[in-house]
Design a protein around this ligand. Structure first.
Ligand SMILES: [Zn+2]
Length: 127
């Protein structure tokens, strides 16, 4: 995912900060090995609960609200962006096969909302 999954984007940093402020511990940029592929790096991972969180950029991951294909070079962007989305689904399925739960948060989601979402899922997994 070189080039299109930037590290430490602002929404990612703010989500981490918000979780951290609540005393929630996690691993950042955590590599998860999948069969026969390069490891996938979860932006935030809870290893005990096996919960992987990805903060997805609206453009690169084709958010339904903001993920517009640029008007110029459409023949270049359309398949590229489609492949990204396919890869995301593939990664989700591979992680799920290995017992990981995946949460994908769009970068446009306000960090407090995103952290609520993660906290809620964590609590459910604790049960
Ligand atoms: Zn968006």
């Amino acid at each position: 995912m070189k080039g299109n999954r930037r590290r430490d984007t602002r929404p990612e940093v703010e989500l981490r900060r918000s979780l951290h402020a609540d005393g929630i511990r996690f691993r950042k940029d955590f590599p998860i090995r999948l069969d026969g592929r390069r490891p996938v790096r979860a932006d935030i991972a809870f290893t005990r609960q096996r919960l992987a969180v990805f903060v997805d950029g609206c453009f690169w991951h084709s958010c339904p609200e903001h993920g517009q294909v640029p008007m110029s070079n459409r023949h270049y962007w359309m398949p590229k962006l489609r492949r990204n989305a396919e890869r995301d689904r593939h990664v989700d399925a591979a992680l799920s096969t290995q017992g990981w739960e995946v949460i994908r948060v769009w970068e446009h989601i306000p960090p407090p909302e995103a952290s609520d979402l993660v906290r809620q899922r964590l609590q459910e997994l604790e049960r």
